[in-house]
Design a protein around this ligand. Structure first.
Ligand code: KG4
Ligand code: ZN
Length: 349
């Protein structure tokens, strides 16, 4: 089965074609970062308009790249939530209309299920069951995964998501959006020993997270060392970035280890934009290696938003006979635990 996948939940237009026999055939990604740069964050209305401009040209591009014509596509997958409602509507409307015209089934994909399954696109994919750490701009969740569609939420952030915390800390240091990669870059020059930032909620039991206190601590440290231009000197900025990254990573590592122990599992999958973070990967590998557990992740470009993960996740559901009807719905807030398990071919949902 050959599936065209569309991702438009936020500020990236992602398109890909996934073949269940041959793997990925073509993909394209357009980032709106420059559209939103002057506003310091994503402007929903501008995001929708830009998806409208880019969706069809990118679809044409991947079809050409794969050397396919419309009659060679067997199904379409589009992100139907969670995300920005207008942005989701663009992908859903374009995807569903193409499926209608091409007479193939279409399915709405949960964006976080897309992230969660992205490591399956790599050679040697992780086997179920495992614990997943989903860390993106909007979510920080620990989930027990027994199969596709069989998810149990173990813990989540009570306030900011990890990626959001990176973006806000970056703003305090006058770094551009998205802040995660910028903080990581700056942190490389930082002195690890200069500051020790708090590791929120690690000294009590449970698997929930909270990053708002760490955000305030970062803001106060920046203010304490600020010079006439409102920023600390370059080295202090790097030291703060380093301490901030260290605190987020250490917090995530502690909770991941705890989740694996609680569930008595030995595989951790990390997914979502923050899972591209090199320090997170290294520190998890070191910490989990000590008790024979393994961490698995996708290549960096499949950690952040992309069309490939949506094509892959949609393909799993379409192959199992699941699809959505002509009356479009998108779900801007959507609990992953409510997703149905995969059914065998022919079963009705
Ligand atoms: O998954 P994603 O592309 O979009 C959402 O679904 O939100 O995640 C984007 C988030 C942003 O907050 C960005 O700052 C963060 O992932 N991010 C990183 C890194 N790369 C992206 N955070 C830390 N280190 C990175 N290398
Ligand atoms: Zn995402």
């Amino acid at each position: 089965m050959r599936i065209l996948g569309l991702e438009t939940s936020c500020d990236e237009t992602g398109v890909a074609i996934y073949d269940t026999e041959q793997g990925l055939l073509a993909e394209a990604l357009y980032s709106q970062v420059e559209v939103h740069a002057e506003y310091g964050g994503v402007v929903p209305e501008l995001a929708s308009r830009d998806h409208v401009r880019k969706a069809l040209p990118l679809i044409q591009q991947v079809m050409d790249e794969a050397g396919l014509t419309a009659d060679q596509i067997d199904g379409i997958a589009y992100t139907s939530g969670p995300g920005l409602v207008g942005a989701l509507m663009v992908g859903a409307a374009v995807g569903r209309s193409l499926a209608y015209a091409w007479q193939v089934p279409a399915v709405g994909v949960h964006h976080m299920e897309g992230h969660l399954l992205a490591p399956m696109l790599e050679a040697n994919p992780p086997a179920f069951p495992f614990v997943a750490l989903l860390v993106s701009g909007g979510h920080t969740q620990l989930v027990r995964v027994d199969a596709i569609g069989e998810y149990k939420l173990l813990g989540e952030s009570l306030d900011d998501a990890a990626g959001e915390a990176f973006d806000k800390a970056a703003k305090m240091l006058d770094l551009d959006y998205p802040g995660g990669p910028r903080i990581a870059e700056l942190a490389k020059r930082g002195d690890k020993t200069r500051f020790k930032f708090p590791r929120p909620m690690t000294d009590r039991p449970g698997l929930d997270f909270s990053f708002s206190g760490l955000k305030t601590f970062t803001l106060n440290t920046v203010a304490k060392f600020a010079e006439a231009d409102g920023l600390p000197d370059d080295q202090t900025c790097a030291d703060i970035a380093c301490a901030f990254e260290e605190a987020v990573v250490a917090t995530l590592v502690i909770k991941c280890r705890r989740a694996l122990q609680q569930e008595d599992l030995k595989t951790l999958v990390i997914a979502g934009g923050v899972s591209a973070n090199a320090r997170l990967r290294e520190d998890l590998e070191a910490a989990l290696g000590k008790f024979d557990a393994k961490v698995r992740y996708a290549r960096p470009e499949y950690c952040t938003d992309n069309g490939a993960m949506i094509a892959y996740a949609g393909a799993q559901r379409l192959v199992a006979g699941q699809s959505d009807g002509l009356a479009l719905t998108v779900t801007p807030r959507w609990d992953m635990e409510t997703l149905p398990p995969l059914l065998s071919h022919g079963d009705k949902i």
